[in-house]
Design a protein around this ligand. Structure first.
Ligand code: PMT
Length: 418
């Protein structure tokens, strides 16, 4: 974690159960050497007392737009100008909707509208609320307006549901925030990962048998392209090495087209140099024809069968993960597409290919995996000390799953590299 200190941070807290974590967040921000002023919505005060935040921030907590006493101290426009960074954590679904609409009906929304500060939020809400199209629309609008969204995290929720919607842990929020403030000297930079280069492989490979036929698989590229989108949303520079798919390149992504596994291996070998994270989402053919025919293979009238001799393709991800730790080896995330014993096979790939993280997906489940718009995953990872982590991500749109995967990968990468 980088630790750029001395920034003026306005911590906005809205009314969700995660508000209790904001006390720890305020403490960590102060410890990071930042000046912190807290603004709470009315809802937030039902979850945590302003006095707690006052004690931790060392400043009076503001709760009301029309408070003559507070306005006499530092007027709200002055406060809006004072802030270099506005960090809203937790940001509830309601607050996101109001901010997306440009409301200014309480102190926090007014400050967000009036301030030129860099704006970052950590959404927190029930998983169904996060998955609702209205929230997705609001999140998209906020990103367009320059907000940076951190998370949400996925897992068990206070209400008992399981899924994406939990506020990121204060330590992860601080890590992302400190990265942002250390790479940015102006409020205009809206990314905590602007220094990161992420290389992603996506789609199938095609292994020619002759000039008109090939061996391939059902990968549509959707999962890999969703990862590329999610990584650019977080401000990373993304290079997408793509097998043949019929998808448009996500905005801001540099795309390199390949056909065969050997071509993908060559591109990956080169582009992974200096990259921070490498994600192998492509469904790479394990074998190719030893000698593709120069001309179209003809059906033989005298033979009922045809024998193809296949040879092994290079294992792209294992080669990159096998590099010496530093320099030159990125944080490596592989996928495991399985039809049975998902956890066992995924763990085996994590170990055998020397990966840092593996995303296991059961491609036998109807509507998930290859081709469709939804997927589910089991994340397994191992840190530098060999400690293992495990997280189940339930069925959800590939873009949401991609955001959760990228978030986990970047959190682990950041922990491992500090
Ligand atoms: O593209 P979609 O239609 O959206 O479908 C998404 C997906 C199901 C393809 C994706 O989620 C997925 O699981 N991708 C990995 C598919 C795969 O090839 O898995 P595997 O278990 O065979 O390979 C394990 C890992 O090794 C993968 O990271 C793969 O990219 C990598 N590999 C495999 C073979 C090889 N020669 N080189 C490799 O780098």
């Amino acid at each position: 974690m980088s630790s750029a200190s001395g920034r003026r941070i306005l911590l906005g807290i809205s009314g969700g159960i995660a508000a209790y974590k904001s006390a720890q967040l305020a403490r960590l921000l102060k410890q990071g050497g930042h000046e912190v002023r807290v603004v709470m919505t009315q809802g937030a005060q039902a979850f945590i007392a302003p006095l707690t935040l006052q004690a931790l921030s060392g400043e009076p907590v503001r709760t009301s737009l029309l408070d003559p006493e507070a306005e006499a101290g530092m007027g709200h426009i002055e406060l809006a100008r004072w802030a270099e960074i506005i960090l809203v954590a937790p940001a509830t679904a309601d607050l996101m909707a109001r901010l997306a609409q440009g409301h200014a009906d309480d102190l926090l929304t007014t400050l967000c509208l009036a301030s030129p500060a860099q704006k970052i939020m950590a959404p927190a809400m029930n998983q169904a609320m996060w998955a609702h199209p209205a929230t997705a629309r609001n999140a998209e609008q906020l990103r367009e307006d320059g907000w940076q969204l951190l998370g949400p995290d996925s897992g068990e929720q206070a209400c008992g549901d399981v899924g994406p919607g939990r506020m990121l842990e204060p330590e992860s929020i601080c890590a992302a925030l400190f990265d942002a403030t250390s790479t940015s000297t102006t409020p205009a930079v809206a990314s905590s990962n602007s220094g990161l280069h992420i290389v992603i492989t996506a789609g199938p490979t095609r292994e020619p048998l002759d000039p008109v036929r090939y061996l391939s698989n059902h990968s549509s590229g959707k999962m890999g392209y969703a990862l590329a989108t999610a990584a650019t949303e977080l401000g990373a520079r993304v290079t997408l090495i793509s097998g043949p798919v019929s998808l448009t390149t996500p905005p801001g992504v540099q795309r390199v087209d390949v056909e065969t596994a050997v071509q993908m291996a060559e591109a990956a070998e080169q582009l992974a140099n200096g990259a921070d994270v490498f994600i192998g989402c492509a469904a790479v053919a394990d074998y190719r024809a030893e000698t593709p025919a120069e001309h179209k293979l003809k059906k033989r009238a005298d033979e009922d069968s045809l024998t193809l001799r296949l040879v092994k393709n290079p294992d792209i991800i294992a080669a990159i993960a096998g590099r010496a730790r530093s320099p030159g080896r990125p944080y490596v995330v592989g996928f495991a597409a399985e039809t049975r014993d998902l956890e066992d096979y995924a763990r085996d790939k994590l170990t055998r290919k020397n990966l840092d993280m593996v995303v296991g997906n059961d491609v036998s489940l109807v509507g998930l995996g290859f081709g469709g718009d939804n997927n589910a995953a089991l994340l397994l990872w191992r840190d530098m000390e060999g400690r293992e982590g495990r997280q189940e991500l339930p069925p959800q749109p590939k873009i949401e799953l991609a955001r959760a995967i990228i978030h986990h990968a970047l959190s682990q990468h950041s922990i491992n590299s500090h």
